[in-house]
Write a protein that binds this ligand. Structure first.
Ligand SMILES: C=CC1=C(C)c2cc3[nH]c(cc4nc(cc5[nH]c(cc1n2)c(C)c5CCC(=O)O)C(CCC(=O)O)=C4C)c(C)c3C=C
Ligand SMILES: [Fe+2]
Ligand SMILES: [Fe+2]
Length: 350
């Protein structure tokens, strides 16, 4: 046998062996931010205490922050946030919309991946239940030797993406038989995501009996100091808005970018959503739409803060028509994004 034929023969044998080997089981874990178990004081306090004691979320020195958190914030914030959650609570399931939508995404993804042998899908939360730890243990108990973790944030930031990955890898590091692990990166510029956003905006606007003069892309903010330290979040939000603007092909300035959900005394990314909505109404703008490209599902920050509060601000300051465009949630459009990104990251494993 000459050398070329020998190499071809060896390759064919390797491929045949690979095909004959049993396919390793692969787990996919979708992870969103988290949510309280109820709207009363104690469930709210438990959730906020876990969330706000995360060093990735509040970067202040512990000696300064923890006395403020336990002395002031956790004595007043649970009641205030509990009232806000009560306005949007899913009473049928007794849970927050964020959990309802994340569950639906997990269930629908499992159905969409049925053609892939030996893949199991789970969903979990960074704070509260179901925890990353429990869902990872479920995947390992089911025999997964490979796990893909998907932090459900289109734009990377340390207080969201990095803290999910921290907990994912920390739990893996406690295992003797550690599976192979991958994470889904940010996808602020993925064509499937930009296209899904554009379609959902176009469909929503087509169903209105008014034409918004401005459409605001409102992202969750982060403190400016986090950006200054190198967090790429702001520039990733700007990339999403720029690509979306190009895809929509609207006149310059119709699509605006703002940042919402300030917390604490620091300066956060600007322009602020509430101040922008107020200023537009005062300038005589009568009709606007707001959507939340950085949120994979509707939650407190989109339903209460935007659909509720921002709408009130607009009307109180002279605006007439306000509409909130829902997040992609578990719509076909939204599931196309999740499925496409997961299939891409599973290459070579399934
Ligand atoms: C310093 C505090 C916070 C940072 C930084 C922060 C970043 C950040 N958050 C999200 C997404 C969500 N945040 C949600 C709620 C929420 N966020 C903060 C504070 C910070 N977020 C608080 C205190 C709360 C709780 C609600 C309240 O008490 O007002 C949620 C909603 C959860 C739900 O159950 O509905 C989401 C989602 C992103 C994307 C982000 C940085 C980019
Ligand atoms: Fe937040
Ligand atoms: Fe908020």
């Amino acid at each position: 046998m000459n050398s070329t034929a020998a190499i071809a023969d060896r390759d064919t044998t390797a491929l045949a062996q690979q095909a004959a080997a049993p396919l390793k089981k692969t787990g996919v874990l979708l992870v969103n931010l988290g949510t309280p178990d109820g709207t009363d004081y104690w469930p709210m306090r438990r959730y906020l205490s876990e969330f706000l004691s995360d060093k990735r979320v509040i970067e202040w020195p512990r000696a300064v922050w923890l006395p403020i958190l336990y002395g002031i914030v956790l004595s007043v914030r649970p009641q205030k946030s509990g009232r806000a959650y009560a306005e949007i609570w899913n009473r049928e399931r007794n849970e927050s919309p964020l959990r309802t939508f994340t569950r639906a995404q997990g269930e629908k993804l499992a159905v969409r991946l049925q053609d892939l042998a030996n893949v199991q899908v789970e969903w979990g939360m960074r704070y509260g239940q179901p925890s990353i730890k429990d869902k990872l243990d479920a995947l390992l108990a089911a025999g997964c030797e490979r796990v893909l973790c998907f932090p459900l944030y289109p734009q990377y930031s340390a207080p969201t993406t990095a803290t999910v990955n921290d907990v994912f890898f920390a739990h893996l590091s406690s295992k003797r038989f550690m599976p192979a692990a991958r994470t889904v990166p940010s996808y602020e510029d993925a064509p499937v995501y930009i296209d899904a956003l554009a379609r959902s905006i176009e469909e929503h606007l087509a169903g209105l009996d008014f034409e918004p003069e401005h459409v605001i892309a409102s992202y969750h903010g982060i403190p400016q100091s986090y950006s200054a330290k190198g967090d790429p979040y702001r520039s990733q939000c700007e990339t999403t808005s720029r690509l979306l603007d190009a895809r929509l092909g609207w006149p310059q300035g119709r699509l605006m970018t703002t940042f919402q959900s300030r917390f604490g005394p620091e300066e956060w990314l600007q322009p602020y959503t509430d101040k922008t909505v107020e200023a537009l109404a005062r300038q005589g703008v009568k009709s606007i739409a707001v959507f939340n490209p950085g949120f994979v599902v509707d939650c407190l920050e989109t339903l209460e803060e935007i659909a509720g509060e921002a709408g009130e601000i607009f009307h109180e300051n002279g605006g007439s028509n306000f509409t909130h465009i829902p997040c992609l949630n578990d719509s076909d459009n939204g599931m196309n994004v999740i499925e496409s990104l997961v299939r891409n990251e599973l290459q070579g494993w399934v």
